[in-house]
Write a protein that binds this ligand. Structure first.
Ligand SMILES: *[C@@H]1O[C@H](CO)[C@@H](O)[C@H](O)[C@H]1NC(C)=O
Ligand SMILES: *[C@@H]1O[C@H](CO)[C@@H](O)[C@H](O)[C@H]1NC(C)=O
Ligand SMILES: *[C@@H]1O[C@H](CO)[C@@H](O)[C@H](O)[C@H]1NC(C)=O
Ligand SMILES: *[C@@H]1O[C@H](CO)[C@@H](O)[C@H](O)[C@H]1NC(C)=O
Ligand SMILES: *[C@@H]1O[C@H](CO)[C@@H](O)[C@H](O)[C@H]1NC(C)=O
Ligand SMILES: *[C@@H]1O[C@H](CO)[C@@H](O)[C@H](O)[C@H]1NC(C)=O
Ligand SMILES: *[C@@H]1O[C@H](CO)[C@@H](O)[C@H](O)[C@H]1NC(C)=O
Ligand SMILES: *[C@@H]1O[C@H](CO)[C@@H](O)[C@H](O)[C@H]1NC(C)=O
Ligand SMILES: *[C@@H]1O[C@H](CO)[C@@H](O)[C@H](O)[C@H]1NC(C)=O
Length: 649
């Protein structure tokens, strides 16, 4: 077939080299179904030919060759036409004027195709022109839509309808334009190659909201029922115009969380979840969820969702806060410091919400409560009572944690005012008490005898007791040769206290119990007999005490209330002693305690203070009955074994 078609023009050209077998028809022509179409046509034939009995013509459909029996659309010699053209066709042109214009009415889709004109000039001069008009029958107008419609850019849509039916002139209307912002309409009429096209152009600026909406073009012929419609759905490209993410939120450490991001854009964007500079996840979709499992404080921060679809990008951020209880605070190591040092104690921790930091010393609040990451407790010129356990407590609504360390304060020995010699029934008893850290070593020096007595000196029965930072030394002198009763400075007992930070030696004052004092006074006046009596009395009482070994303490305490008559030296050192002792006994801590809740039963004063109070008791019992029973200590009741006895030469 196509061979013939190809060859034919060639043959014609050769055959008609010197003549003009020519036809002018529109190459393409369109019509609406049920309307009509006029195919304009003019033709030429060689001037040498004299038409015989007039000029006749035939319109064929589909094929130019009679041998193939193409459907006859119109024929002037007879009225015989193909079934599908019966009553529909009419030759409008005058063939004698070489006008072969054809009208086809009431067109259906089946009439689409090629139409060929064949001129019949009589005899052998019959010729089918190879040029054809191709008819397209449409059941809808066509709309010219730009390949890409971009939001906010001016858009023109044109609806076309053929106007090739002289009896009927189409009208064009745009449908569903109510929602368009300021639509503009313009009509046009274009004739081209003997065919006509009517058009209507709609111009407006599309917005993202118009994406997906319908627009239509309606064509109708007035005074007929013929209506043709074409609908299009607007596909409007727009950059992301909203990026929705969760509001900022809080999660507990260890839990999981889903962050959702939804982007409105056309086409769908590439969505990515960013954490700082790091892209955690991406997908091309309208929404993407980021799932975080077992979150840690490192997950806290700003999360940004970025939507980018090539037409633009947009992002929205949120803050994810990870809550967790305080971490164990980082504090200083335990330390040993010298009295008078100044210390900066550090405590730091993390937690969310930010924990408060509290310093406790031996369970009591010290310093202020802070909400900073770091709390520094300044201790200016630490005193002996600064010794103890320091704890830093971090708390927030999710929990608490604490760390502690110990500070050991070392200081030179300090003699306590209880140090003294006392005249007792059997002689003189000297007690020396001192605090210091390291605990002081106590030695007695008997000036009259030029003897130093200390712990390692096995020749003498010396009692020394240490507890905490307190040392107590004790000797008992039992010999009238020491002239206890002659009223002069009979007993010259020095107490020497020392540790690595210092040494101090003090002459112990002699104190007397009341009745012996009287005796001393009388003795100075009355002489030896009275003194002898007193000594005898002392011995008697002493023997009684020995007999009553079972419970001597009560007797002694009741019978011999102590009386101090020696004045305390009013020097600075003594003042310090008093202060130190008072403080050690707790009054200062009590005042600190009063400023705070004071309710915390967990923390009782411990360490030096409590120890001191106990020590006082020890001392009290030592003075009268010797060693308080202790594990591994010499058994109680052996009065003589506990006390030092010195016999003068
Ligand atoms: C051919 O005939 C038609 C119908 O009468 C007419 O409208 C048209 O103008 C004619 N064409 C020419 C070239 O004369
Ligand atoms: C349609 O018909 C009306 C009368 O019925 C007439 O006035 C009008 O001109 C006609 N319109 C067309 C386009 O033929
Ligand atoms: C984020 O939003 C999504 C959808 O509304 C919800 O399912 C999810 O629980 C939200 N996540 C958070 C952490 O609020
Ligand atoms: C998220 O996107 C999916 C398709 O990717 C869709 O099926 C789903 O409905 C979307 N969810 C929301 C909340 O838009
Ligand atoms: C988010 O958008 C802002 C401007 O709106 C831009 O400066 C920023 O770089 C964007 N962030 C990301 C992660 O794309
Ligand atoms: C406690 O620790 C901090 C930090 O490590 C340090 O700067 C400070 O000097 C320490 N304090 C003492 C008394 O050692
Ligand atoms: C601090 O001393 C106490 C006893 O006084 C002890 O139980 C505790 O373990 C010590 N703490 C440190 C951190 O050394
Ligand atoms: C005390 O005794 C020491 C020897 O133990 C001796 O060197 C010193 O001279 C004596 N002092 C007096 C004052 O007797
Ligand atoms: C006790 O004194 C002697 C000399 O009198 C001395 O050698 C010894 O080191 C002293 N011991 C102590 C513990 O001070």
């Amino acid at each position: 077939m196509w061979c013939l078609e190809l060859l034919l023009p060639l043959l014609l050209i050769i055959h008609n080299a010197d003549s003009q077998w020519n036809v002018w028809v529109p190459r393409d022509i369109t019509a609406m179904t049920n309307s009509c179409v006029v195919i304009p046509c003019t033709f030429m034939y060689p001037s040498s030919i004299r038409p015989y009995r007039g000029i006749h013509g035939i319109w064929y459909y589909g094929q130019p060759y009679p041998q193939l029996f193409p459907p006859v659309v119109f024929k002037t010699r007879t009225e015989v036409v193909h079934e599908s053209y019966k009553g529909r066709t009419k030759l409008l042109g005058d063939l004698n004027q070489r006008n072969c214009t054809l009208l086809i009415g009431n067109i259906g889709a089946e009439h689409s195709g090629r139409y060929y004109f064949r001129a019949d000039l009589g005899g052998a001069n019959i010729y089918t022109y190879p040029d054809f008009a191709e008819l397209k029958v449409l059941d809808q107008p066509s709309i010219d839509v730009p390949e890409e419609i971009v939001s906010d850019e001016n858009l023109e849509l044109t609806c076309y309808v053929p106007d090739n039916c002289p009896d009927m002139t189409p009208e064009i209307q745009w449908m569903y334009t109510d929602y368009l912002p300021d639509p503009e309409f313009s009509s046009d009429y274009v004739e081209e190659g003997n065919t006509a096209v009517m058009s209507s152009t709609l111009a407006f600026v599309p917005r993202p909201m118009h994406n997906g909406q319908l627009l239509g073009c309606r064509v109708y012929y007035p005074n007929t029922t013929l209506v043709y419609e074409r609908l299009i759905s607007l596909d409007i490209k727009y950059a992301p115009r909203s990026v929705w993410v969760n509001v900022s939120s809080e999660v507990m450490e260890g839990s999981s969380v889903t962050l959702h991001c939804e982007v409105d854009s056309n086409p769908p964007p590439r969505i990515s979840w960013m954490f700082g500079e790091q892209e955690l996840l991406w997908d091309t979709a309208s929404n993407v969820s980021l799932f975080l499992d077992d979150v840690t404080p490192q997950n806290e921060g700003i999360y940004t969702c970025v939507g980018d679809n090539g037409f633009g990008a947009m992002n929205t951020s949120m803050y994810l806060s990870v809550r967790y209880p305080p971490r164990e605070p980082v504090v200083n190591e335990s330390m040993t410091v010298l009295e008078g040092s100044s210390l900066a104690l550090h405590c730091s921790t993390q937690g969310n919400p930010a924990p408060t930091l509290t310093w406790l010393k031996d369970g009591e609040l010290v310093g202020t409560i802070t909400a900073d990451e770091l709390s520094v407790l300044e201790v200016i010129e630490v005193t002996p009572q600064g010794d103890g356990q320091y704890r830093c407590l971090a708390e927030n609504e999710h929990g608490r944690a604490s760390s502690s360390f110990n500070i050991t304060v070392e200081y030179a020995p300090v003699l306590l005012e209880e140090s003294k010699c006392t005249v007792v029934r059997e002689g003189v008893q000297c007690v020396c008490m001192a605090t210091g850290n390291p605990e002081p070593i106590i030695e007695f020096y008997l000036a009259d005898l030029n003897i130093t007595i200390n712990e390692t000196d096995n020749r003498y029965n010396f009692y020394m007791h240490t507890d905490g930072h307190m040392s107590t030394g004790m000797i008992k002198l039992r010999e009238k040769g020491e002239r206890v009763n002659n009223g002069g400075p009979a007993v010259n007992v020095h107490c020497s206290i020392s540790n690595v930070y210092g040494r101090q030696s003090v002459l112990l004052e002699l104190q007397q119990e009341k009745k012996y004092m009287m005796a001393v006074i009388v003795g100075t006046i009355g002489g030896v007999a009275v003194i002898a009596f007193i000594i005898a009395a002392v011995r008697y009482v002493g023997q009684n005490n020995k007999k009553e070994n079972g419970n001597p303490r009560q007797d002694v305490v009741l019978e011999n209330p102590a009386l101090f008559y020696s004045a305390v030296k009013k020097d600075k050192q003594n003042l310090r002693k008093k202060v130190l002792k008072t403080e050690l006994l707790g009054s200062k801590f009590n005042s600190i305690l009063e400023e705070t809740t004071g309710e915390d039963g967990d923390f009782q004063p411990v360490g030096p203070m409590a120890g001191l109070e106990r020590q006082e008791l020890n001392y009290a019992s030592l003075e009268f009955i010797g060693v308080r029973p202790r594990e591994g200590a010499p058994g109680r009741g052996d009065d003589g074994g506990n006390y030092m006895e010195i016999k003068a030469k």
